[in-house]
Design a protein around this ligand. Structure first.
Ligand code: ATP
Ligand code: MG
Length: 253
């Protein structure tokens, strides 16, 4: 992420991870640089997300959030730095990493001509579930995402919120340990947005680690939120300032 002081901030939502010390973090990002021609999308980003956390990446358009998520999801290689998912290097162990994660992109990727159920069964088969497993998992997810009544209608008749729920459901067919959400609530009204974040909080309670572009509803935020990932240039700028704003937690970091 770049020089803009707001461009490299994010919001973490720690909950129930105190007993997990000593294990590999869900996500480790160390000194990651990514350039596209003359554009530096990521300028030395460090980030560590323990398992079982919801971690929201915040920043203005173009700050590098999608780039970081794509690197973590093995879709893009960093130019420098190290990135690990649950202790596996995303570049050299990309096949293992892919088994552990799911990604929901910035725009819903459902097939409009298929029904909700058919969409989920198709994704289940793509994720190598047997026909019976795909059918069973699709039914469970349709219930869970309150799409059971609309399950046999084509997705083109779904509202934006229903499409997003279906898209998120399709990420969960294989019960990933780490879920990347890139703006899962784009274009949704506040109610649908809150529904999506409620599902995300449920997933966290079940132990899924979630790295999300966007911080969730205010109600869902944890008071212990703190800015991350750290941008080295920003850290240097901060260190040079004569005084800093008080830490809201009442202690220096
Ligand atoms: N494939 C690419 N080719 C060239 N430049 C790219 C590419 N992908 C991203 N960029 C550039 O890298 C920078 C970071 O882009 P990125 O999409 O990661 O930002 P973002 O934080 O996700 O933005 P938004 O909030 O708009 O989704 C931008 O300047 C963008 O133009
Ligand atoms: Mg983006």
């Amino acid at each position: 992420m770049q020089d803009d002081p707001d461009s490299a901030t994010s919001l973490s939502q720690p909950e129930g991870n105190g007993s997990r010390r000593g294990r590999s973090p869900a996500v480790h990002v160390g000194g990651v640089v990514k350039r596209f021609g003359s554009t530096t999308a990521l300028a030395g980003v460090d980030l560590e997300v323990p398992e079982g956390m919801v971690f929201g990446l915040l920043g203005p358009n173009g700050a590098g959030k999608t780039t970081l998520i794509r690197i973590l999801a093995t879709l893009l290689e960093p130019d420098a730095g190290r990135v690990e998912l649950l202790g596996h290097d995303v570049v050299t162990e990309s096949a293992s990493v892919r088994e552990l994660l799911a990604l929901t992109g910035q725009f819903a990727a459902v097939d409009e001509l298929l029904t909700g159920r058919e969409n989920l069964e198709m994704f289940g088969r793509l994720f190598r579930l047997s026909r019976a497993q795909a059918r069973r998992r699709a039914s469970e997810l349709l219930e869970r995402f309150e799409l059971a009544d609309a399950a046999d209608r084509t997705a083109k008749t779904y509202s934006g919120g229903m499409r997003r729920r279906l898209d998120l459901a399709s990420s969960l067919l294989t019960q990933p340990r780490v879920l990347f959400l890139d703006e899962p609530t784009t274009g949704l009204d506040p109610r649908s947005r809150n529904e999506i974040w409620a599902i995300v909080r449920d997933l966290r309670r079940e132990g899924t680690t979630i790295l999300s572009r966007g911080g969730g509803s205010a109600r869902g935020r944890d008071r212990r939120d703190r800015p991350r990932p750290r941008d080295r240039r920003r850290d240097r700028q901060r260190a040079q300032r004569p005084c800093r704003r008080p830490d809201p937690r009442g202690r220096a970091d």
